[in-house]
Ligand binder design. Structure first.
Ligand code: ATP
Ligand code: MG
Length: 451
């Protein structure tokens, strides 16, 4: 059989069986393995009630007991077990008003979102239950809502976003009536919680081609509701080597970045969002985008606040966007390279390169020039300079604030910081000056010009 599972799943299923109940693997684990992919987590469904599961297993967390879900911990892995259920009316477009537990597997599979997510697998009997014909859709690469699509999307708006996300994740197409269903009930998208949408964005960023999701958001009308800032980039033409409008450029840059690093992917998706706001068209018809980095930072920040990105993640993404533009040429002096290192900060360096690479790849259809717009050369020069002992921040100077105060007679205050900054500039120009005697001499002379 094509479906594998850890021994723990078998142990869990056997225990449930011994207590007189049935259980099945369901959802992503079955779907992904039938596709030949590996499973990310193992969810089970059962006719046992949550309290039954709580009494069968020793280590159990009542994760979502109201909705019938408990988590069983075994050998430091967790397994979600959900009681078969029939969902009642959805009046808020997000979750059912009430749910009914049932002992009918088919009913449980019917309340799930897509046919491909509604295949159950009995690990003890090695048997598949697929009343919604999910396997056929898996084979054809189709995402199809179960039941009447429009009704299903009206129940829970997140399903529309999930449909687009699965399209990227599995490289599937959304079946026509399902697409129509999404288009016909967009009204509950705006009521979704920020956290649920953020989780979807994160999952989209881990797929091979996030652009598939964003194009579907555009096609269905979801995009202006969740990311109006990205919508505004559609049709905003660019100049020079750019072959695409800002929207396509952002999507292509995002695709070009690695699925392993969602910070760079988000930065790539957001890095030019400020362009529509700062665009001005010259007499020659050529657009310019003055100071678009800062505008992009502002817009990206408001998006990430809206979706409650973790603070640290947001900080990193904003910094990457702020510094995304640099055009290296051979004319850069060593001081210019050192100033570049100071600006970027070391812990950001590889992400900053990755963003620049993604940005370059997102500009054109063709391959990027052999020299990678100088990026390769810049990396070598940065690496060489990092090999030497160099000061890139005030902390790396051979003197500190106290030394400066003693040498200049200044008693503290912002002037000391200013002098240290001046010393750093001097050292960035000529690292040989970074010794205590020289710097104190410079500090003392410079301070006299300030009085
Ligand atoms: P992945 O783990 O790759 O996101 P998954 O299919 O396992 O995919 P989960 O969010 O873990 O997704 O949900 C598990 C299962 O629960 C789904 O496969 C689906 O059957 C059902 N499900 C999840 N969310 C919904 C929803 N909003 N509406 C209906 N059914 C849902
Ligand atoms: Mg899952």
């Amino acid at each position: 059989m094509r479906i594998k599972f850890p021994d723990e799943v078998k142990i869990i299923s056997s225990r449930i069986k011994k207590a007189g109940f049935r259980s099945y693997l369901v959802g992503g684990a079955v779907r992904d393995q039938l596709l030949g992919l590996s499973a990310k987590d193992y969810d089970l469904c059962t006719d046992a009630l949550p309290e039954d599961i709580m009494s069968i297993f020793k280590k159990v967390i009542p994760t979502g007991i109201k909705h019938g879900t408990v988590t069983v911990l075994m050998n430091s892995e967790s397994y979600e077990i959900t009681t078969f259920r029939i969902d009642g009316k959805y009046s808020d477009g997000r979750r059912p008003d009430d749910i009914l537990f049932t002992d009918d597997l088919t009913e449980d599979l019917k309340r799930r979102d897509f046919t491909i997510n509604s295949i159950a697998y009995d690990v003890l009997e090695n048997k598949i239950y697929d009343p919604n014909n999910g396997e056929a859709d898996l084979k054809s690469g189709i995402i199809r809502a179960i039941g009447v699509p429009e009704e299903r999307f009206r129940e829970d708006g997140l399903r529309s976003i999930r449909a687009c996300r699965f399209a990227s994740q599995l490289n599937f197409t959304i079946e026509n009536e399902t697409i129509e269903g999404i288009k016909n009930c967009l009204s509950n998208i705006q009521d979704l919680s920020a956290e649920r949408i953020y989780e979807e964005f994160l999952k989209i960023m881990k797929t091979d081609k996030p652009s598939l999701s964003f194009h579907l958001f555009q096609e269905t009308g979801i995009l202006p509701l969740i990311l109006p800032e990205l919508s505004l980039c559609i049709g905003v033409g660019q100049k020079g080597a750019h072959e695409f409008d800002v929207f396509e450029h952002l999507l292509r840059s995002c695709d070009a970045a690695s699925p392993e690093n969602s910070d760079v992917r988000f930065a790539a998706l957001f890095h030019d969002l400020g362009k529509p706001a700062v665009r001005s068209i010259g007499d020659d018809g050529i657009p310019t985008f003055y100071n678009h980095e800062m505008e992009s930072v502002k817009i990206a920040q408001s998006i990430m606040n809206r979706y409650r990105f973790p603070k640290n993640k947001m900080k990193r993404i904003l910094q990457l966007i702020q510094n995304h533009m640099f055009h290296y040429t051979e004319n850069w002096s060593d001081s210019a390279v050192r100033r570049f290192i100071r600006k970027i900060e070391l812990s950001y360096m590889s992400d900053q390169y990755a963003l620049r690479e993604a940005d370059i790849q997102g500009m054109t259809r063709g391959s990027i020039p052999e020299d990678g717009y100088g990026l390769r050369e810049l990396k070598l020069r940065v690496a060489a300079i990092l090999e030497e002992e160099n000061a890139f921040s005030v902390k790396d100077l051979a003197v500190n604030g106290k030394d400066v105060m003693t040498a200049t007679g200044i008693k503290g205050g912002p002037m000391v910081g200013h002098i240290l900054d001046y010393l750093l500039e001097t050292v960035l120009d000529d690292p040989k000056q970074n010794n205590k005697a020289t710097l104190l001499d410079i500090a003392s002379k410079y301070s006299k010009t300030l009085k």
